[in-house]
Design a protein. Structure first.
Length: 331
């Protein structure tokens, strides 16, 4: 990957105003990698900004931001209302942890900044960002945090322990506690972050959740059912849930005996259903999600359906699973 790091460094040095933007509903992988890249860019004496929703409610993200503030680490976070005033002719936009236009926190920035770089670890699918300086999309990576740790090594740079902690938490989430999408380089990245001072106690505090929410999730899991012996499906009620809630349920379902892949479907807005899919590695859930207009990894994928009819969504999901099985390419 040294050629990628060399090209990325060259482009950073060419530009004076650099924007880092991840996907909507930012998670710890996107936040950790964004903060790490911000520190790298700042070390080159460049103006840098991270796009972030000022009304972010994700508990782990709020805790992570508070931990940065507690350690007096200054980072220029800006929201969609502020970003245009910082754009100039020599601006560079670096998109992290997604390559899809409809997933961006501030998609209109693609029209305002001509020089764009995309760095992602998800399987390339439709609606991808075009006309970039270059794109590096490697689905074998566990996370963008793993990519950034390697970039730090390439540059021989370090980060503060609190940032290393956030990044390690992001890797733990994206690998389902090192159970999926995990390679030797993933462990190397975790080891490097520990060497940089990542605190396991603080990491666990970032990942702690509300007891009532946890108990609610367990009650929803009771309504799951088995399909074709190895697939577990959970259909949620009529309440609106965050996409991370669906992901957490799918990860819990993988703990059941004989379950190879899991799917959770529920309302994520007043107009959409979301589906989160997870696999232990022998079943390719990305194939199922692609049939519903989604995508992701072999072990970690998702889709959105423009309906709020749970039964209709359930029927579409079961149809996609059956179609993938009949085609014989899901295993």
């Amino acid at each position: 990957m040294s050629d990628v790091y060399k090209k990325l460094t060259e482009e950073i040095k060419k530009h004076n105003h650099i924007f880092i933007m991840a996907h909507k509903n930012i998670d710890l992988d996107a936040l950790g990698s964004s903060i790490c890249l911000y520190q790298i860019i700042s070390s080159f004496k460049k103006d840098c900004y991270i796009l972030l929703n000022k009304n972010e409610t994700n508990t782990s993200i709020v805790k992570a931001l508070n931990s940065l503030e507690k350690e007096h680490i200054s980072i220029s976070f800006i929201d969609r209302e502020q970003c245009s005033q910082y754009v100039s002719d020599d601006s560079l936009l670096i998109v992290l942890d997604t390559h899809k236009k409809n997933m961006l926190e501030v998609p209109f920035l693609l029209d305002e900044i001509k020089d764009v770089i995309v760095l992602d670890h998800h399987v390339k699918s439709g609606d991808y960002i075009e006309n970039t300086i270059f794109s590096y999309i490697r689905a074998t990576l566990s996370s963008m945090n793993e990519f950034m740790v390697s970039y730090l090594k390439y540059l021989n740079k370090e980060i503060q322990p609190v940032i290393a902690t956030i990044m390690l938490a992001g890797i733990q989430i994206d690998t389902n506690s090192f159970n999926v999408k995990t390679s030797a380089s993933t462990y190397d990245a975790a080891s490097k972050l520990a060497w940089l001072g990542a605190d396991n106690i603080v990491k666990q505090e970032l990942l702690q959740e509300n007891k009532e929410i946890y108990m609610q999730r367990q009650s929803l899991i009771q309504n799951s059912f088995n399909v074709n012996d190895v697939f577990e499906v959970c259909v949620l009620d009529d309440n609106i849930y965050e996409r991370k809630d669906l992901a957490l349920i799918s990860e819990e379902l993988l703990k059941f005996e004989d379950v190879e892949a899991s799917f959770t479907i529920g309302k994520t807005s007043k107009s959409k259903l979301g589906i989160s899919a997870r696999s232990l590695g022998r079943i390719n859930v990305e194939i199922v999600m692609s049939k519903l207009g989604g995508g992701g990894h072999m072990t970690d994928a998702a889709a959105q359906i423009l309906t709020t009819d749970i039964e209709e969504g359930k029927s579409l999901l079961l149809g996609a699973i059956k179609e993938a099985i009949d085609e014989g390419n899901i295993y």
